[in-house]
Design a protein around this ligand. Structure first.
Ligand code: ZN
Length: 153
């Protein structure tokens, strides 16, 4: 397990599309462990493989209860609702902004034990998952920040 340096905006790896994991093996285990230890160290909510320079479709999140969860080859099956909330990113220091996201997502993914899981996530966890999934497609939250209409008097 190692804490890895997090790539910052401007690094082309953050703009590259990650490839599906073909076989879950010790390399995948190491990747997940590195993602988890880096996320814990930086006190973030989620971290995608691109952010530590690996173009594989893997990310981890920290759940509301503190549990860490890995997502391998994640796919969104269904989205529900829409909510605008402020977002930030470990790869985009000192910036945040309002981003619209679905409030609820149904996801299919694999775990390290090669189980295929279908599960529903909502609220903050759903937001973090959509943010991390974007990373795997080379998309950053700054691409999706909207300008809130200013009140006119
Ligand atoms: Zn991010």
């Amino acid at each position: 397990m190692a804490v890895m340096p997090v790539r910052k905006i401007g690094d082309p790896v953050l703009r590259s599309k990650a490839q599906p994991v073909k076989e879950i093996n010790t390399k995948t285990e190491n990747l997940v462990e590195n993602l988890k230890s880096t996320l814990v160290e930086l006190e973030g909510l989620g971290l995608a493989a691109n952010q530590i320079g690996v173009l594989q479709r893997v990310f981890v999140i920290k759940r509301n209860n503190g549990e860490m969860l890995e997502f391998i080859n994640p796919e969104i099956l269904q989205k529900e609702g829409n909510k605008i909330d402020r977002e930030g990113c470990l790869s985009v220091p000192e910036r945040e902004g309002p981003v619209p996201r679905a409030e609820k997502v149904k996801l299919r993914y694999q775990t390290l034990t090669d189980e295929e899981v279908e599960a529903v996530f909502s609220d903050l966890e759903a937001r973090v998952i959509q943010h991390e999934l974007d990373h795997l497609d080379g998309v950053l939250f700054v691409d999706k920040v909207i300008d809130l209409p200013t009140a006119s008097y």
